[in-house]
Design a protein around this ligand. Sequence first.
Ligand code: SF4
Length: 366
Amino acid sequence: MSGTTPARPSLTDLPLDAFEPLAEELGEKRFAGRNLARWVFERRVHDWDAMSDLSKRFRTALAERFVVRRTVVAADRADPGGTRAFVLRLADGRSIETVLIPEEERRTVCVSTQVGCPVACVFCASGLDGLLRNLTAGEIVEQVMTVQDVLPAGERVSNVVVMGIGEPTMNLTALTQALSTWNDPRGLGLGARRITVSTVGWPARIDRLAALDKEFGLAISLHAPRQELRQQLIPNGGQVPLAELLAAAKRWFARTGRRVTFEYVLIEGKNASPREAAELAALLRGFPCHVNLIPVNPVAGLPWQRPAPDAIDRFRAILLEAGLDATVRHPRGDGIAAACGQLRLEVERDAGTGAAVGRPPTTPPA
Ligand code: SF4
């Protein structure tokens, strides 16, 4: 016997449907389970004593079996535009990055789904060390709750983008539960249209998200109009045939009624010439979509540079001339290393805790 007490699970890891049965199991009425979920997710209370409308007996039984975990903010940096990058320390000592992006009335939280990332996009800080582990559903959900806790009174998280560290569809079960907890009125009650999942794109997994029959947003990281170039830029994901990826995007649109956003990181000398713009226009012509052009964020140790502003304008103009809807998203938070997990890597490396335990897979998931 080691003498150590096994860690109790966190209520934030439970699906919403489990709360009423849990109350019954512990001798309470089902509505006590609904009230418990409200304390955990809506009111974000950790302290059993504060859950004043639950019986003392229920709270005692819960405390013996569960905790209400909250990830700890290990670093918090803001840029002058208001973007804030948080490094959140998990219970096992690993860390993730979560970003708050305030824009006019919106308070958008960019959440992570994995510690590290197996996809290894060549321009991304998070791919440098490979995948460490998947996040649990609760660890994904809690990121939004933690940011809500630091917002001034009267401000609420309005949007969630699953675009932080990790490939969300490689952690699909936890992602699906987190989407439900954010969206369901018994959880955080955020409208589905205010939640967007960004993926490199595996057709079968896009289909599984579409089958949720919710109006979530979908963003597909395309980054190249040609197969071989995409594979170069996205080593562990770019091998999905482009025709199959686009077919999945069309099925998504047909089922959800929501047009897909294609994300395209612009890298000088790699994928940002008029040739690539014309090829991209030809690839997407006639498909109801939005193209988001993102000048690459320089990452220490990587050679990639942004194209000049007039080259970015030219690229976009070619898409517009082809009738596509295209915007340029200027990366926010450069000054705080907010892009793709840079801040987390800096903090991890300073602390000497960032070594990967696994290398990226060489085959894509089914
Ligand atoms: S850009 Fe996204 S998918 Fe690619 S390595 Fe970074 S975190 Fe992973």
